[in-house]
Write a new protein. Structure first.
Length: 101
C-alpha cells in the first residue's frame, strides 16, 4: 500500500497567473478497504520571483510538492498515518451495527 496524492483543482489569480490555493486529496486502497483525506494549501505567489512557474506550465507533481512542502513532513506523515488507520479500522471495525435477529 502506498498513499497516492492528487490535485483536484487549483485556484489562481488571473492577473498574474499565480496559484493561490491547491486542493489536494490523498488516498490508499487495500482490497475492499480504503481511506482518504482532503485539504487545501494556500500560497502567496510572486510573479517576479526567480523560479515562478506560470499556471499553464505547472505539473501536478509540482503542485503536490508545493502542498507537501507547505504542510511540512510531520503533517504529511500524519495524513498518511490517518489513512492507514482508516484502512485498519475498516478491516477490523471497533463498532458494529445491526440487530441480532
Amino acid at each position: 500500500m502506498a498513499v497516492t496524492w492528487t490535485i483536484s483543482t487549483l485556484e489562481r489569480n488571473t492577473s498574474d497567473d499565480g496559484v493561490i490555493v491547491a486542493h489536494w486529496r490523498a488516498s490508499d486502497v487495500d482490497g475492499d478497504h480504503s481511506g482518504s483525506s482532503y485539504g487545501t494549501c494556500g500560497f502567496a505567489p510572486d510573479a517576479d520571483a526567480e523560479g515562478f512557474i506560470p499556471y499553464a506550465d505547472i505539473t501536478e507533481a509540482q503542485a503536490i510538492g508545493w502542498c507537501k512542502d507547505s504542510m511540512g513532513e510531520e503533517a504529511v506523515t500524519a495524513v498518511e498515518d490517518s489513512i492507514a488507520a482508516q484502512i485498519a479500522d475498516s478491516k477490523a471495525p471497533a463498532l458494529a451495527i445491526g440487530t441480532p435477529w
